[in-house]
Design a protein. Sequence first.
Length: 265
Amino acid sequence: MVLPLSDDNSDRTIFPWINVGLIAANVLVFLLFQGMGTNDDFTYAFSAVPKEIVTGRDIATEPQAKRVPTERGIVEVKSPGLRKLPPYLPVYITLLTSMFMHGGIAHLAGNMWFLWIFGDNIEQDMGRWRYLGFYLLTGLLASLTHILFNLGSEVPCLGASGAISGVLGGYLVLHPRRRVTVLMFRFITQVPGWVAVGLWFAFQVISGLGGLTGEGGGVAYGAHIGGFLAGLALAKPFMLGRPTTIDRRTSYRQSDEGYGGFSDR
């Protein structure tokens, strides 16, 4: 078990407004729109449902109880049933809205912790608006990966994990040697970025070997893997035209000042 605690931010020259804004947006959606998980009407309307995305048709279902296999054995899970979106919204909007929703406080806290540690570095590397585009695009590709392995599923999917997996993939490419402080078993130590992120990805692959549907245990490992691979592939293209590693310390501040506080669009 490896839990990241912090990383080296001694070379950061800008405040990560986009990363903080993403965290705030996730928290506010959970508190205000999901009612801390109690607003089923919102949650089951705006989550991404693979069958809806594939067919382009909004689906409503009756409440039901399912017997689901988990690590603790077979458990009965009650579902309130899918809800309809407002008629003026297409089902494809859920690919975006589901990225800012969570299944519970622990789900939200875990995702935001990883985003807080690793996202600021990628924002500094790419610039604010490129980072936002990178985050949303890798999150979208993560969701599509999950849907690819669950074409006929009516099980809703939600959470920022796919996009954050993309951030981790970008971190592995751009900061493989950056020191990351981790809790490894019962000891606090420092490891290179490639170890901290690599062990996380290895866990996703091993956990997903039993199936990428995400219905077993409620974790969409396919989305995690898809987002991570998207981050690996897109990190360098999103860095085109950005300062090199040697020039970053001085160039970030200059580019921010030159564009009214934002590095690029």
